[in-house]
Ligand binder design. Structure first.
Ligand code: 13P
Length: 253
């Protein structure tokens, strides 16, 4: 089963116009030069940089995504951004359910499913994030937690074409710690089984499952080579053009 690798950079709350534009241009330039041609590359800058980043990557294959959206397509929601607005702006993707939003904003699986449903309706692809905390891992609840998060936050209109799952163990985000390759493969394989239960075997076989959490040039090759790892969602290392492109170059064909 060939699934097209996706390497996505989540810039989180980083970047102002000038350095953000320079960074997006740098990524576009390096991706053009990269030997690894047949993988999808995505950058997800903060809302304030989306328009400028769109101009900066114009003409390159780098795609644009946002880090969150509201579940309504329009209306009285002060401070929120709708998926239709993101589509209008030129985004192809939106991340939903990142653990930082689950923690900082108390987002539940139910809310995340509503956001993802509506983003898909608006014509966006969604990256739905899941992952266990350190405590849950220590209690051997990783598979149980990830299963519940998939069952609860993947919406009914999800298909392999419009949905990507990102497995991001919370304890691995920004810490420099990663699970072993065996652990990552075990969780990814179990995610695919749960997707099969929820959306059917055909969708499960084709759906991309990314790994995220302290992915960097030194560990990317091993993680991205795993059978059920179809790309990466990269935080810190996506803020350095050289590191981000090194990860792209080490992804499997
Ligand atoms: P780091 O790569 O900085 O650990 O962040 C991962 C992440 O949260 C991507 O969404």
């Amino acid at each position: 089963m060939v699934r097209k690798t996706l390497i996505a950079g989540n810039w989180k709350m980083n970047g102002h116009i000038e350095d953000g534009v320079a960074h997006a241009k740098g990524v576009a330039l390096e991706v053009k030069k990269a030997a690894r041609k047949d993988c999808e590359v995505l950058i997800c800058p903060p809302f304030t940089l989306l328009m400028a980043a769109k101009k900066a990557i114009k003409g390159s294959k780098v795609q644009l995504g946002a880090q969150d959206c509201h579940f309504d397509l329009k209306g009285a929601h002060t401070g929120d951004i709708s998926p239709l607005m993101l589509k209008d702006l030129g985004c192809q993707y939106v991340i939903v359910g990142h653990s930082e939003r689950r923690t900082d904003h108390g987002e539940t699986n139910e809310l995340i499913a509503k956001k993802a449903y509506s983003a898909i309706e608006a014509g966006l692809k969604v990256i739905i994030c899941i992952g266990e905390t350190e405590k849950e891992r220590d209690e051997n609840k990783t598979i149980e937690v990830c299963t519940a998060q998939i069952m609860g936050s993947v919406p009914s209109n999800s298909t392999a074409q419009n949905t990507v799952i990102a497995y991001e163990p919370v304890w691995a985000i920004g810490t420099g710690k990663t699970p072993t390759a065996e652990d990552v493969e075990e969780v990814h394989a179990s995610i695919r089984k749960v997707i099969a239960k929820k959306l059917g075997r055909a969708n499960a076989n084709k759906m991309r499952i990314l790994y995220g959490g302290s992915m960097k040039p030194s560990n990317a090759k091993e993680l991205l080579a795993l059978e059920d790892v179809d790309g990466g969602l990269i935080g810190g290392a996506s803020l350095k053009v050289a590191d981000f492109t090194a990860i792209i170059e080490s992804s499997k064909q």
